[in-house]
Design a protein around this ligand. Structure first.
Ligand code: AMP
Length: 571
């Protein structure tokens, strides 16, 4: 299949050929003719990095009527970065088309220039939902001529809580407009938006539903929670050429990890919502220029980053939902390259891996955390490889060589290599000669080892939160609330049960009081309600009973098969 066979105009073809696009990606081959040839609504399930911006961008550009002053196409996407990137991509695609005006409208920036540009006249508005609602409220956006609406990364927009904003925006769009929805996954919320706002949509699935990118392999390492950071360092040492993103769950964790890595001499910085736009831009510039080896980021901050050639995605902590995992792992393995997504899990998180495995339909391979010996061997072999490939220029070195040889006379080849290697890697050899093996095994629920370990660690206790389904609380938000209340620790949360009026969640016994206190101190609000946490059942048996009544058949956690023998590290 060639771009010329898709019905695109010569101007558009010239634009993409300047960008070096030669063959359409599968999503482009399927979506471009579908948009050009009929006005039907469309739901396309495609991962990030599959070329979906061009898949909707090219036909949209081709179908613009540049005589109309007000916007004809509205593109909604979850983040500022993605918004700017889509606008940039569209301008590049339209480099040879005359008079196309694209406007990016996003929060965190002065609204005045955006308002002024809107008034001057635009053809395509690319917007984040929050800022778009703001513009609509100020009555500065005329949507009467909108012919097409694109919802890009719809699952992410809903994950981020933009449902109401999306509904407010879509209700302003003329009834006959065509809606094009792109999503990596198809959770219930996305399906319900599609049902409510789309008419008999054509469905295009590229790759398997909910599948991660084909060329990404998925691995996991099991370590004690306290050894996570050590494991991360070992990965960075084992893969000196790693160029990747380390995903954390909270801003605090992101900052802490990046600070530690910086102190330990790794080229890394953090990217999260507490940074100013200027700081974010500076970090991204350094990362793109490869001055940084690792970007430590939250899910939200890393959305829409268009960095190709990433070798690794590290899940420092696993996300709670499949969509986030798909987005994370989809940051690597792009544009035909291979990549690895590695999850660092603790002994109790094996179920999470099993769940993602099942949903993705992709196998996760358990790996050993590289030991000091693994790392030193890998580094030395890498060094020897470079040495064997080296072809020094003739010159001054040849003049000095005889005296060099004389100074090392009598030293054998092996001894020479030994001394050279230890000189090159002295710091690492010293460090790892004292470092223990930090591998551990996943706990399988119900196993003797699991019970023993839980008792040894003090076990889990159940806490009760005073909000529930009635407050529209979901497990992910509950976890966020715990993280917000206690930013200094990343407490492990076990089973979560949300009932109508309140919620229950497990934490390690020795962390329970700190969690309760952190809520008492931090005055966290959720949907206008002050959140408080108590020990479940403590002094309030009636509430405990309500929970049992609400969910009398709460299943036991599934039993897992015994863990597979971990694979060996290979470079
Ligand atoms: P996207 O999924 O739209 O973010 O695209 C991922 C990356 O692939 C971007 O860097 C695009 O510039 C690039 N890309 C998109 N389509 C093609 C194509 N047909 N050939 C080569 N590169 C492409």
């Amino acid at each position: 299949m060639k771009f010329t066979e898709l019905g695109l105009s010569p101007e558009i073809l010239e634009g993409i050929s300047r960008l070096g696009f030669e063959t359409p990606t599968p999503v482009q081959a399927a979506v471009i003719p579908a948009i050009l040839n009929n006005g039907r609504d469309l739901v396309a399930l495609a991962q990030t990095g599959t070329g979906k911006t061009a898949a909707f961008g090219l036909p949209i550009l081709q179908m613009l009527d540049t005589n109309i002053k007000t916007p004809q196409t509205l593109i909604l996407c979850p983040t500022r970065e993605l918004c700017m990137q889509i606008a940039r991509d569209l301008e590049n695609f339209a480099a040879c088309v005359r008079g196309v005006r694209v406007l990016a409208v996003y929060g965190g920036a002065d609204i005045k220039p955006q308002l002024a540009a809107m008034v001057r006249g635009v053809d395509i508005v690319v917007a984040t939902p929050g800022r778009m609602v703001d513009l609509l409220r100020r009555k500065r956006a005329d949507f009467s001529k909108i012919k097409r609406v694109v919802l890009d990364e719809a699952d992410e927009m809903l994950n981020m809580g933009f449902e109401e904003d999306l509904e407010a925006i879509l209700s302003e769009v003329p009834d006959g407009a065509q809606t094009l929805l792109f999503s990596a996954t198809m959770p219930r919320q996305v399906a319900s938006i599609a049902k409510k706002y789309m008419k008999d949509p054509e469905e295009i699935t590229v790759g398997t539903r909910n599948a991660g990118a084909e060329n990404v392999s998925h691995e996991y390492l099991v370590v004690h929670a306290k050894d996570r950071y050590r494991a991360l360092k070992r990965l960075a040492d084992f893969y000196p050429d790693m160029y990747g993103i380390v995903f954390c769950r909270t801003r605090q964790e992101t900052q802490d990890i990046a600070d530690h890595l910086g102190k330990d001499g790794y080229k890394s910085e953090s990217l999260h919502g507490d940074l100013t736009q200027q700081q974010r831009d500076r970090v991204m510039k350094r990362f793109r220029a490869r001055e940084l080896q690792m970007l430590v980021a939250t899910d939200v901050a890393a959305r829409g980053l268009d960095v190709t050639d990433l070798t690794h995605v590290i899940n420092y902590s696993l996300p709670d939902d499949l969509g986030s995992y798909t987005h994370r792992s989809g940051r690597t393995g792009r544009a035909g390259k291979t990549g690895v997504s590695i999850a660092l899990i603790n002994m109790r998180e094996h179920n999470k891996v099993k769940f993602i495995e099942k949903q993705l339909g992709r196998k996760f391979v358990q790996r050993n955390v590289p030991t000091g010996a693994d790392i030193c061997q890998a580094r030395l072999l890498g060094l020897m490889e470079r040495l064997s490939q080296m072809n020094p220029e003739p010159g001054l070195i040849d003049e000095i060589l005889p005296s060099l040889c004389a100074s090392l006379e009598g030293v054998s080849r092996e001894e020479l290599l030994r001394r050279f290697a230890s000189m090159e890697l002295q710091r690492m050899l010293d460090y790892y000669s004292k470092e223990p093996d930090i591998n551990t095994e996943p706990l399988h629920e119900g196993s003797h080892a699991a019970r023993k370990k839980q008792t040894a660690a003090g076990g889990l206790v159940e806490l009760c939160m005073n909000i529930g389904k009635a407050n529209r609380l979901a497990p992910k938000q509950l976890m966020n609330l715990v993280n917000v209340a206690d930013r200094s620790s990343s407490v492990e949360i076990g089973r979560i049960n949300i009932t109508h009026m309140q919620s229950y969640f497990e934490v390690p016994r020795d962390a329970a009081q700190a969690v309760i206190d952190s809520f008492a101190k931090s005055l966290v609000d959720f949907e206008g309600r002050r959140v408080s946490v108590t020990l479940a059942g403590a002094g309030n048996p009636a509430k405990r009973d309500e929970k049992r009544a609400a969910n009398p058949h709460r299943p036991n956690r599934p039993k897992n098969p015994p863990g597979k023998k971990p694979g060996h590290w290979q470079k």
